[in-house]
Design a protein around this ligand. Structure first.
Ligand SMILES: *Cc1c(COP(=O)(O)O)cnc(C)c1O
Length: 397
């Protein structure tokens, strides 16, 4: 370790010099309502960075469900699902997720990262190929790499290139995988085209709808409902529970055979401790609210429209996104970081997203909207974005 320290310090200094070093902020407190973060030290910021799209993470019913379950069953599950960690709350949540996604079965995972590793490694092997969108989430890419299959990536949202890659060797192509809503861009995968292409080649389409479920579609059914596609269009659906559902964990939904196979084969399912049951209890409460309170989705989409109109009116460089993920494209890491600092000074927490999370030269502020934001908070943010843009333009002249 002693010998390695100078090399690590040099690597860190290089990140710093390139404006690519990342830092955490410690959140002391998030208010029960509203979107206020209090940082260690007492400063308060309006949070436009979280994935809590429906405002459920601090919902009192959700929090009470977790506490009541913990009082009854304790904090930890004590073992993996296949030993003695699988509880009644897990089983009920899996049934409810299967019903919600209109699939035969659903299987809980501790995180979305692990769910994607499970799908890719269990269903693709060494002599096969997997085909992914270039902007897929890191966990799909890592899962594909870990599977040992040949990883081929098509230009973002280019269903034509996906089809050409498949047609080059359909017999050895195991999976076609995509995000439903792209996490750093907010745009949607061309699912109707990808689904028909997968069907034509009798290929599994994996859709990771981490940012669509709960948010898109009148029922919150996600990107498939948005496009009017049935569950057969994407036989393998991955969802996360730490975003719109405000809780923690993830799931894979699909046929009974798929789920049974994952239980047997997926190493990120078999060799890990089961999610705590109180977390599953909280998710059940959140799923119920997300299902029933469609006003949350309507409010969220109204805020998206309002944000886009107001931001465009003051010249903010928005991406082509109709979801609550609204990137403000700035280009260099330095520009994105400077904008983040200025917004924080003005009382708004929006985070600069830099390479390698996004391609070089496409650093951005990632603004995320929530049904829990007020109109005044939204207007305040847009005013600051406009002011920052105007001063950057003045400096450039
Ligand atoms: C967040 C995210 C994941 C990972 O989910 P976690 O539960 O946070 O591990 C996977 N895929 C996509 C598209 C995501 O945005």
């Amino acid at each position: 370790m002693k010998r390695q320290a100078p090399a690590l310090e040099a690597a860190l200094a290089q990140l710093e010099a390139a404006q690519l070093r990342r830092a955490r902020v410690t959140i002391e407190h998030g208010a029960a309502t509203g979107r206020i973060l209090r940082l260690a030290g007492g400063r308060e910021l309006v949070d436009f960075s979280s994935n809590d799209y429906l405002g459920l993470a601090r919902h009192p019913t959700v929090a009470r469900s977790m506490a009541a379950c913990a009082a009854h069953l304790g904090a930890g599950s004590g073992a993996s699902h296949l030993i003695s960690g699988h509880g009644a709350e897990h089983a009920r949540l899996e049934e409810e997720l299967a019903a919600f996604t209109q699939r035969e079965r659903a299987l809980l995972f501790s995180t979305g990262y692990m769910a994607n590793l499970a799908v890719m490694t269990a269903l693709a092997g060494r002599s096969e190929r997997v085909i992914l969108d270039r902007l897929c989430h890191a966990s799909l890419i890592d899962g594909a790499r870990l599977s040992g299959a040949q990883l081929l990536r098509y230009a973002h949202a280019d269903a034509g290139e996906a089809a050409r890659l498949i047609e080059a060797d359909p017999a050895h192509t195991a999976l076609l995988a995509t995000d439903g809503v792209f996490s750093m861009d907010g745009d949607l995968a061309p699912l109707p085209q990808l689904a028909s292409c997968a069907r034509a080649h009798d290929l599994w389409l994996v859709v990771d709808d981490a940012h669509g479920l709960g948010v898109l579609g009148a029922r919150g059914g996600g990107v498939l409902e948005h496009f009017g596609l049935g569950s057969d269009a994407a036989p393998i659906l991955v969802g996360t529970l730490g975003k719109a559902f405000g809780s923690f964990g993830a799931f894979v939904a699909g046929s009974a055979a798929l789920i049974e196979f994952l239980i047997q084969k997926a190493r990120t399912y078999v060799y890990t401790t089961a999610l705590p049951q109180p977390v599953a209890a909280a998710t059940r409460a959140a799923l119920n609210i997300a299902r029933l309170e469609s006003w949350r989705r309507e409010r969220l989409m109204a805020l998206v429209a309002r944000f886009r109109a107001a931001a465009q009116a003051v010249g903010v460089p928005l991406a082509d996104s109709s979801t609550p993920i609204q990137p403000v494209l700035l280009g260099s890491a330095a520009a994105a970081l400077a904008a983040q600092r200025e917004l924080a000074a003005a009382g708004y927490w929006v985070v600069a997203i830099r390479p390698p999370t996004v391609p070089a030269g496409s650093a951005r502020l990632r603004v995320t909207l929530s049904a829990a934001h007020s109109d005044a908070q939204l207007e305040g943010l847009v005013e600051q974005l406009g002011r920052i843009g105007a001063s950057a333009r003045a400096q450039a002249q």
